[in-house]
Design a protein around this ligand. Structure first.
Ligand SMILES: [Zn+2]
Length: 315
């Protein structure tokens, strides 16, 4: 009965963590991670190199050390894409693994063996880069649609000495990025003022998710945990990452390295994943029997709230 085993070990770990760490001693902290990069896809406004440079410049300006999770097929399989990934490692960021072609392990068409091969193939491409760590970020945050796949990946990652690079602060930056690109494709001359509603919606979205996941961590763990933020290697972050970092600082959150975040015992948990594709905190909540309604729909709505508000503004 895996559910019983998992509930028990999860509760034990939760209780131990609560006893050891007094919440008031710790300010809220967050580490930054970027998936699906580096991307050589064309977008309006900035070249792939310029997007990469802009994200790295924003991180450097704020002295933030982040993690890049490489989907090699998006760029790193080519020398010019690998150079973009190398720039992250050279700047002191972690370079981790996010497969070759971003398959979905929850798809019946993707076998466990295929998925494992994707991890190994990506590893071969990134292993020589500076900053390389054996950290694996599941694509779509989905760990498999069958127990065999999920357990198979858990033992594979252990054998390969790979960490499951969990996310706790999940966002829909990709959805707002899609909207930004769509608006710029329709109106290449759009001014900063034209784009301001999207920038505001993006920042408001991240703030809402940050506060909601902080509240969920307090509820599940009885304390603030170091949050692992998921963003993507995309145009919206090339344009506005500086504002994103500033907003966290204005909220009095401390920005830490991904390694500092993963040192917290919460990231060693292996909760049951009743619903895939989501934050470790949602998996923990579901493993404890909390419903979607109870956990909060706006943690899982793919940014629908912000997209609907932008539509009402004619965007
Ligand atoms: Zn991804």
């Amino acid at each position: 009965m895996p559910a019983v085993f998992s509930m028990h070990s999860l509760r034990t770990a939760l209780a131990a963590a609560c006893l050891v760490l007094a919440p008031q001693l710790y300010a809220q902290s967050v580490a930054f991670s970027f998936d699906d990069g580096p991307s050589l896809a064309e977008t309006p406004r900035l070249s792939p190199q310029a997007r990469n440079d802009a994200m790295l410049a924003a991180l450097a300006k704020h002295k933030v050390k982040a993690a890049l999770f490489v989907t090699a097929g998006n760029g790193a399989i080519k020398p010019e894409g690998l150079a973009l990934a190398r720039a992250w490692g050279q700047a002191g960021h972690v370079v981790g693994n996010h497969t070759m072609t971003h398959p979905d392990l929850d798809s019946a068409k993707v076998s466990l063996a295929q998925y494992q091969q994707e991890v190994l193939d990506c590893d071969r491409i990134i292993a020589a880069l500076p900053g390389y760590q054996r950290w694996f970020r599941f694509t779509f945050l989905r760990e498999g649609n069958t127990p065999d796949k999920r357990n198979g990946m858990r033992s594979f990652l252990r054998q390969q000495d790979y960490r499951n690079a969990y996310v706790t602060l999940d966002t829909s930056d990709w959805r707002l990025n899609d909207k930004l690109v769509e608006v710029l494709e329709k109106n290449p001359q759009a001014s900063a003022a034209d784009l301001e509603p999207i920038r505001q919606a993006y920042l408001a979205h991240l703030r809402q998710r940050a506060l909601a996941y902080r509240a969920l961590a307090q509820r599940l763990q009885g304390r603030d945990i170091p949050q692992m933020l998921l963003l993507h290697h995309n145009l919206i972050n090339a344009l506005w990452l500086d504002d994103v970092v500033k907003q966290f600082k204005d909220m009095q959150w401390t920005i830490i390295t991904p390694a500092q975040a993963y040192a917290d015992p919460v990231y060693a948990l292996n909760p049951e994943r009743a619903a895939p594709g989501q934050s470790l905190l949602l998996s923990m909540g579901r493993s404890l029997g909390l419903s979607t309604q109870d956990l909060g729909l706006r943690l899982m709505d793919d940014g629908d709230f912000e997209i609907d508000a932008l539509k009402q503004q004619g965007l």
